[in-house]
Design a protein around this ligand. Structure first.
Ligand code: KIV
Length: 272
């Protein structure tokens, strides 16, 4: 009998590209800690995103703006320790790349070096192209993010569907093409009309990953806490809930409290 450990084949950006070419959909979820990352990797997820949505679902902020690079690196390092197969992409947080491509490269290098992740993601179109080129030329894979860009929430004022009118849609198509040309290996399309997302996905060589962008994208991403029903307050139309962990956890904790108070826990078998 062989004692060799079964080798796990890592997902790379090239594998994602090949998946698009074969028409195989890409699955992506967020994770922010070791335990959850290990579970979703074990389930076979293709891409784990250490999203700046950690600012909302882990740190309890109203927006993604307050999260710091140190916090993101901390989350990403924990995720890296839990993942054997998936490609790990980390969000460049707000304030660490906008308007300065040298600063963007410095932030990207810090995340890669200190966390051990495999790629970074950035929100924006033409305004970030210099940064994308600079980061890609340093050997760091970059994923773009267009449509609803939560880091710009104060510019737009709402989280409603983006690019519904013709001029915004044309701008998004141009931005997507420019990001691809600048070297992005994939683009997240958030909350845009499905016809537009399908058109963008067909017109690009690199894969698109949709969230609230319909089935025509090359892959799908959701925030883990939303799809597991940990976060009850958020229920947009695009979200499919696969579990109701809020109630499961709450009921389990309530039962534990009851057992402790009733001297039912620990019992004979649970003590030394
Ligand atoms: O931060 C995040 O979770 C994201 C996804 C919504 C794509 O950017």
């Amino acid at each position: 009998m062989s004692t060799a450990k079964k080798q796990v084949k890592r997902i790379t950006t090239h594998i994602l590209q090949a998946m698009k070419e074969k028409g195989e959909k890409i699955s992506m979820l967020t994770a922010y800690d070791f335990s959850m990352a290990r579970i979703i990797d074990d389930a076979g997820i293709d891409v784990v995103l250490v999203g700046d949505s950690a600012s909302n679902v882990v740190h309890g902020h109203e927006t993604t703006l307050p999260i710091t690079i140190e916090q993101i690196i901390d989350h990403a390092s924990a995720v890296v320790r839990g993942v054997k197969r998936a490609l790990i992409v980390v969000d460049l947080p707000f304030g660490y790349y906008q308007g300065d491509s040298k600063n963007a490269l410095k932030s990207a290098i810090r995340i890669m070096k200190e966390s051990g992740a495999h790629a970074i993601k950035m929100e924006g179109g033409e305004f970030i192209l210099d940064s994308v080129r600079r980061i890609v030329s340093a050997g760091i894979p970059v994923m773009g993010h267009l449509g609803l860009m939560p880091q710009s929430i104060y510019k737009f004022g709402t989280y409603t569907v983006r690019a519904k009118d013709q001029s915004e849609a044309q701008k998004l198509i141009a931005d997507a093409k420019a990001l691809e040309k600048a070297g992005a290996f994939g683009i997240v399309l958030e909350k845009i009309p499905q016809e537009l997302a399908t058109e963008v996905s067909k017109s690009l060589e690199v894969p698109t990953i949709g969230i609230g962008a319909g089935p025509g994208c090359d892959g799908q991403v959701l925030v883990l806490h939303d799809m597991l029903g940990i976060n009850k307050d958020f229920s947009p139309r695009f979200l499919r809930r696969y579990a109701n962990l809020y109630d499961i956890i709450k009921n389990s904790v309530a039962q534990y409290i009851t057992d402790v108070k009733a001297l039912d826990f620990p019992n004979e078998k649970e003590a030394y």
